[in-house]
Design a protein around this ligand. Structure first.
Ligand SMILES: [Fe+2]
Length: 303
């Protein structure tokens, strides 16, 4: 099958939270997101960029991942990807006009990723919000990446490489794979982590400056936010990182800096040994709660 579709970026992440009023305060005052209205009943949008939205929070009995959305370069790329899934026998759910318009999308469809059961949404280019984004407690540059835990690690990796044309940037031997959505240059927009169950591992937000990491440390202390790893520096991507928990115990990350890959002749992926030194240069040790992002909701959104 031709892999003739091109991604632009990780578009947005939708999370289930158990108490939206509580999470709203945290995502505003600790993480630094700006409220951006509602897409529907119980679907609260947030921004950290000029885009229409970057995060959706949905109140649910169980916290975890609701869906992950990927933006294609053009609506033609979206149409080619849809044909690709149909040819492979993967069921595609086309999202209706009301749904797309509430999310600032020209078109979108969803599939169930067959290995993790996660809902993956694919969309055409998202519109910008009508008002500028003004950073508050930190200067987030973008929603960075999402990492999924999978109990079928090798099959999940193969699916993203062979079927979805993600490119591997680096691996930590048999445990973590860092992937970019081709031809997006960022070292990883998606990570896979070998896990005993299918789950969200963490959601990352990239910040503009080293000071954003330092300020986050003190802000977390002041707001009694649990820090579960870092600050430190990841050898695979060169990113300086800082991981903390949202009110439901889901792991979020700030990172500063990331290797970028050219579209043509990128360096080959490296295989780092399975050791703490492969995830941090500085000697930080993750807390047991690190990467406990909650379960993956497997129900597709109805359009
Ligand atoms: Fe990360």
């Amino acid at each position: 099958m031709p892999l003739d579709f091109r991604y632009r970026r990780l578009a947005y992440v939708a999370l289930n939270v158990t108490d939206h009023a509580r999470s709203e305060v945290f995502y505003r005052d600790m993480l630094g997101l700006q409220a951006a209205g509602c897409a529907g009943e119980n679907e609260y949008l947030y921004r950290c960029s000029a885009f229409h939205h970057d995060v959706m929070l949905h109140e649910a009995p169980l916290a975890g991942l609701r869906r992950v959305a990927w933006e294609m370069e053009t609506t033609d790329d979206l149409a080619r990807l849809q044909k690709h899934f149909v040819a492979l026998g993967i069921t595609v759910h086309t999202m209706g006009n009301d749904y797309c318009s509430a999310l600032g999308l020209p078109a979108a469809f969803q599939i169930t990723e067959p290995n993790t059961g996660a809902t993956f949404e694919y969309c055409g280019p998202m519109i910008n919000a009508t008002t500028p984004y003004t950073p508050t407690v930190t200067r987030i540059v973008r929603l960075g990446h999402v990492v999924l835990g999978t109990d079928s690690f090798d099959d999940t990796e193969r699916f993203f490489i062979d079927t979805l044309n993600y490119r591997v940037s680096d691996r930590i031997d048999g445990a973590v794979t860092f992937m970019r959505c081709f031809p997006n240059p960022l070292h990883h927009s998606l990570g896979l982590s070998k896990s005993a169950s299918k789950r969200l591992h963490h959601v990352n937000f990239m910040v503009t400056d080293m000071d954003d990491i330092g300020k986050a440390m003190y802000r977390a202390r002041k707001l009694n936010v649990s820090v579960v790893f870092g600050p430190g520096r990841h050898p695979p991507s060169e990113s300086i990182f800082f991981y903390f928990l949202d009110p439901d115990g889901m792991t979020l990350e700030y990172s500063f800096g990331m290797e970028e890959f050219p579209e043509i002749n990128p360096r080959p992926p490296r295989r780092l040994p399975l050791a703490l030194e492969s995830i941090d240069y500085w000697g930080a040790v993750p807390q047991p709660q690190f990467g406990q992002g909650g379960p993956i909701e497997t129900r597709l959104t109805t359009s």
